[in-house]
Write a protein that binds this ligand. Sequence first.
Ligand code: HEM
Length: 378
Amino acid sequence: MQNYLENPALNPFPWYRKMRQTDPVNLSSRYYAWQVFRYEDVQRVLTDWNIFSSNFSGGTGRDPLSASLITLDPPRHRQLRNLVTQAFTPRAVALLAGRVGAIVDELVSPVLPTGRMDIIGDLAYPLPVIVIAELLGIPARDRERFKRWSDAIVGADNSGVFDPQREMSQYFMEMIELRRKEPQDDLISDLLRAEIDGEHLTMQELLGFCILLLVAGNATTTNLIGNAFLCFDEMPEVIGQLQADPALIPAAIEEVLRYLSPVQQMYRRATQDVELAGHPVKAGQMLVAWIGSANRDESQFSEPDRFDLTRTPQKHLAFGHGIHYCVGAPLARLEARIALTYMLDQMHNIRRDQSISLEPTGSSLVFGVKHLPVHFEG
Ligand code: HEM
């Protein structure tokens, strides 16, 4: 296979274009929801929280994720978010750079002498889970279980043989109790100490946050790194440009986020009857905001199907927009930058192993491939 574009499951872009042009807001029987394809409408649906609620499951509060940032509306959302953003400011995250570099080296240096690696399995998959596990204060021996849980929740493991939220909740409850008795220098201990108006977070909220970090931060970052290499496979000249001038790497990461957005869609639920681009959305109906399509909207990006390292302004919606804008964006950018810088410095003449066909993640939410084997020279 030449590159990922030949697999229709990895090339939704012509369909997005058609929908933007012919049916940009439509009621889909597949998703039982309004599908939204144009940049302006996607941005509005993501941003206008009064009308398009994130509490799309009806929020019984019984499962921990329904008590987490991503499914809450203001005012509770604002309160929780204030607690959390402190841990993820660009400054706080920059302090992690040394540790992220060491983990990248630990993962990649063993495969360097072999001249081949699986970008996903050897690096992009384990890196974010190790970083988040360390942030939370999780022992190294439990990392594998973590990865399995977060995959199951985003749909990469749809075997249905276990209930990841139950297992995870059980695990974190024990962990939280341990930290309550003996605080450490980690995020769980910080969250236990945190107060909103004199009140501590509830166990449900603590659990929801731990689980959300695993779910929101792992498969997404994995696929950002993987998708960068899909772009390089499609446009091999970009590797040379980045090797000649590594200062371009942050811009390349932004363009990967736009061009092959790791999160293709987000959901909302209408709180009231509203008109969206001339269509009558009824209170209670769901909406799918197609971020992957918004980021290719020709009314916002010139030559949207061209990968452009110098694109300005770079106003992609890959991390969302408005009050739910991704808390982990600085961390994801840092991990991707350090991983790419390391690989482009240590590996030359990188090319994909074409004998192995590309397999999509299997989730309509997360765009990327399960494995990405490459050859290179040291
Ligand atoms: C390339 C990697 C990533 C992408 C593409 C991504 C994408 C997104 C998007 C689109 C949203 C908005 C959801 C919405 O509007 O409903 C979001 C929210 C969120 N992300 Fe990320 N994310 C990434 C990495 C991370 C990481 C590394 C973490 C944490 C360690 C993280 C934690 C969160 C959290 C907690 C929220 C919820 C924020 C809120 O509701 O206020 N994400 N992310």
